[in-house]
Ligand binder design. Structure first.
Ligand code: H2U
Ligand code: ZN
Length: 352
């Protein structure tokens, strides 16, 4: 893998073929002085394995009144404050074409990754991460039997709005395709119609030859900073094989994904010497439709940090009003991530 990164290019735009949106790339902006907000989140560092006040720890009572079982591996339960509900009424007919509403049914679950309160996904060993992948796959199969879309995700860290440091993610299932997923669906279908091949498998094949944006590659997976990445250290995880959804992964592919996640998340933690905040989630083929061959399974990881553990990227003025903008090139971000060690200094927690 080469460490050669082209000279910093001047400001330019790059196209995201999955969403069909442009991103403004303004390298060197990270060198500007900063007297703005310094995030004050306390890295959860070394928390106990059990917290009597945590609503996710085994045996504890949740806000809804239910008590968690004494679980020893992963554990899923229906969210006590769900954003979607299985039984919803039809929306009333619009009084004007400008007032459109649509019915959406669904359900939300919370996915505990481990009974140990003080760990993060990055701290878990490969076997434990493999169990989390199995849980993601089971939830996809289970909810995909009823709902068109199954969104697996994790918000990690206070900076990303996670309500609790206990290692957990969520799954939201919905009867309607969400906006960004509908865009990915359309874009991948259009590519397939025009080229006869799969957008993301073509893309990752080229990235693995070029290597400048590849962070980690193993036998069956690649982690790449997308050419069109929006967030400073955004990555995308894609299997080499054409795979539609998480449940379709073979046991070898799950083991390789566990290995890749362990290595990538440890590097993220090492980037700014902090448990790295992010939102990450999975996109795969929707259910209840025959036309799915244009889909390729992938994960997006969107971390907010820009310069340090305490300075984040704000998507504000131009980004909200015009288009997304990034302050370092994806090639630069990939190179920084490649140079980091894959060992954790969270020594007393670290298990290989
Ligand atoms: P986040 O940390 O990503 O917000 O996820 C935690 C979820 O846990 C959140 O969606 C739910 C919240 O609604 N929750 C319960 O279901 N029961 C509780 O007792 C507290 C929080
Ligand atoms: Zn806990």
């Amino acid at each position: 893998m080469t460490d050669l990164v082209p000279e910093h290019p001047g400001p330019h735009r790059r196209f995201d073929p999955l969403r069909g949106e442009w991103v403004l790339v303004s390298a060197h902006r990270t060198e500007r002085p900063w007297q703005g907000r310094i995030e004050t989140f306390d890295p959860p560092g070394f928390l106990p394995d059990y917290d009597p006040d945590c609503y996710l720890c085994p045996g504890n009572r949740r806000a809804g009144g239910r008590v968690n079982p004494a679980y020893t591996g992963t554990y899923a339960f229906t969210n006590d404050f769900p954003a979607l509900r299985p039984a919803v009424a039809d929306t009333s007919p619009p009084t004007s074409p400008l007032f459109r509403a649509d019915r959406v049914a669904g359900t939300c679950r919370v996915l505990c990754f481990s009974p140990r309160h003080g760990r993060t996904l990055a701290d878990l060993d490969r076997t434990e991460i493999h169990s989390v992948i199995d849980l993601w796959a089971e939830q996809t199969t289970d909810l995909g039997a009823t709902y068109r879309w199954v969104q697996i995700f994790e918000n990690k860290g206070e900076a990303m709005g996670a309500s609790n440091p206990h290692p957990h993610g969520q799954v939201w299932a919905a009867s309607a395709l969400p906006t960004y997923v509908a865009a990915e669906d359309r874009r991948q279908a259009e590519y397939r119609d025009a080229q006869g091949t799969n957008l993301l498998t073509d893309y990752t094949r080229i990235e693995c030859v070029e290597t400048t944006r590849v962070v980690i590659e193993n036998d069956t997976w690649v982690a790449v900073v997308p050419y069109w990445a929006t967030w400073p250290y955004e990555t995308m995880l894609v299997p080499h094989r054409h795979v539609l959804r998480l449940p379709d992964l073979t046991s070898d592919e799950r083991a390789d994904l566990a290995e890749l996640l362990k290595r990538l998340l440890t590097r993220y933690d090492n980037l700014f010497a902090t448990p790295f905040p992010y939102s990450m989630g999975w996109h795969g083929a929707p259910f209840q439709t025959d036309q799915i061959d244009h889909w390729q399974l992938h994960a997006h990881i969107y971390p907010p940090l820009l310069r340090s553990a305490s300075v984040r990227k704000f998507m504000v003025g131009y980004e909200l009003l015009g288009e997304s903008q990034r302050d370092l090139t994806p090639e630069d971000a990939a190179q920084r991530l490649r140079r980091l060690p894959e060992t954790s200094d969270r020594n007393d927690l670290h298990v290989t």
